[in-house]
Ligand binder design. Structure first.
Ligand SMILES: [Zn+2]
Length: 185
């Protein structure tokens, strides 16, 4: 649906050619509505060839086993968001190693999902009882009899059978680049 009012100044929007593309833009200020986007993050935590999974207690996906994850926050670095989500959902401490998969989903809210490989630090999986009602480390064989969500099955394959380390977190870049989360080959 077309955006009617400017989210910056509240005045009416119009459809206008912006650098060759028709977009909704404000008639009074410089605001342009570029689109609707969301970014999800997911954790692939492997310990002794078993992957950390949680069972969703809420829709969407209630009853399915998935990897822990969530949506990014405006001012929180993504590697901190995923660390926090894992800790909140199932009480496991883990730290980001790198980015090992992306999922692009162009739709009315264009979603990008970033999957992180994470190193287990501590904690026994314990469900938070709100978002998830079960949690644990599971082998491929154990997953055969579990209701694992299709996309999670794909991520399990990445986590347990991936052929590359992916993009690794660069916390000591060759020059100071403050305010960036950096991942590189
Ligand atoms: Zn405006």
């Amino acid at each position: 649906m077309d955006v009617k009012f400017c989210s910056s100044c509240g005045q009416e929007m119009e459809t206008r050619d912006v650098d060759g593309t028709l977009r909704r833009a404000c008639t009074q200020c410089s605001f342009v509505h570029w689109g609707n986007y969301s970014i999800g993050v997911g954790a692939l935590v492997v310990k002794d060839d078993k992957m950390l999974l949680v069972r969703r207690a809420q829709e969407p996906g209630k009853g399915y086993w998935t990897n822990p994850g969530g949506y990014i926050e405006q001012l929180e670095p993504i590697e901190e968001t995923i660390r926090r989500e894992v800790a909140e959902e199932c009480g496991v401490e883990a730290v980001v190693r790198g980015v090992v998969a992306l999922r692009d989903q162009p739709r009315s809210i264009h979603n990008l999902y970033v999957a992180f490989s994470m190193d287990y630090v501590s904690g026994d999986p314990t469900p938070d009882g709100v978002e998830v009602d079960a949690a644990g480390f599971y082998s491929l064989q154990e997953m055969e009899t579990m209701n694992v969500a299709p996309f999670t099955q794909w991520l399990v394959d990445v986590a347990l059978r991936g052929q590359s380390e992916g993009l690794l977190l660069d916390d000591k870049p060759i020059i100071p680049l403050n305010g960036y989360g950096l991942f590189r080959v």
